[in-house]
Design a protein around this ligand. Structure first.
Ligand SMILES: O=C(O)c1cccc(C(=O)CC[C@H]2O[C@@H](n3cnc4c(=O)[nH]cnc43)[C@H](O)[C@@H]2O)c1
Length: 231
């Protein structure tokens, strides 16, 4: 007898439902998500910091269990004035902002150089639902491997990505894994610090984690998973 592909907790193929796969970097973010979310509607994976750790953990989680939708979540740096400390942001584009080469003409992304991609686009209807429920500021969220620490770097990123609302370190990795596995990816972040000159003492991590908890308490889980039924 062959085993069914779905588990007791998962709906049968073709029917809406299932858990959101939520990928965070560190334990404090996982705890905030789990305080806010109904525990039977999320699988939370603590991946580690950076896009490589995020991609690996996401791919492993998707291989282990079917999920209709993935959310890259956690704290982030916000671009002023669009995303102040405590704001919720949601990505309408998930962009690898430092994946490329420095050339005599300035930075060129791997996409501009003719290989690979630096952008993933979250599903618009799910993004709209998520943003409406959480009051998120919507815009591009940048994935960087180095936290911005100067006004010059913040200006350079804003110049290359007008309208960017936040930077963090994992979204593009999660989105790459989701794309390879055929599962759509959203990015939902709360702002702990401003993108700009390094001032670690000004980071408001507690405030951002409280906002993350509230955001996950507000998500419309049934409607989100119904948009992307498991096949
Ligand atoms: O002290 C530092 O400068 C520093 C260097 C590397 C990592 C950190 C972290 O605390 C991890 C950052 C963690 O939170 C996200 N995050 C929050 N704010 C930002 C930001 O302004 N730029 C990039 N990432 C940020 C990120 O996704 C990581 O998971 C501190």
């Amino acid at each position: 007898m062959s085993l069914p592909k779905h588990t007791a907790e998962q709906p049968p193929p073709g029917q809406p439902g299932g858990r959101l796969l939520v990928v965070v970097a560190v334990a404090a973010e996982a705890e905030a998500v789990l305080r806010g979310a109904p525990t039977d509607r999320v699988t939370v994976v603590t991946a580690g910091v950076g896009p490589a750790a995020a991609a690996t953990a996401t791919a492993l989680a998707l291989a282990a269990e079917r999920h209709p939708l993935v959310v890259s979540a956690g704290i982030a740096g916000g671009f002023a004035p669009r995303a102040p400390i405590g704001a919720v942001v949601a990505a309408d584009a998930i962009i690898a902002a430092d994946l490329g080469a420095q050339t005599p003409d300035g930075f060129q992304s791997v996409a501009e150089l003719g290989f690979g991609t630096v952008r993933h686009t979250p599903p618009p209807t799910a993004l709209a639902l998520l943003a409406q429920a959480t009051g998120a500021v919507v815009g591009p969220v940048l994935t960087v491997s180095t936290v911005t620490g100067s006004a010059a770097r913040a200006e350079e990123l804003t110049h290359r990505h007008p309208g960017a609302v936040a930077e963090a370190m994992e979204g593009f990795g999660v989105a790459e894994a989701g794309a390879r596995c055929g599962v759509p990816v959203l990015e939902l972040r709360t702002v702990s610090n401003a993108v700009g000159p390094r001032d670690r003492a000004a980071w408001r991590i507690g405030e951002a984690l409280a906002a993350l908890e509230r955001a996950f308490a507000a998500l419309p889980y049934d409607r989100l998973t119904a948009l992307h039924p498991l096949d």
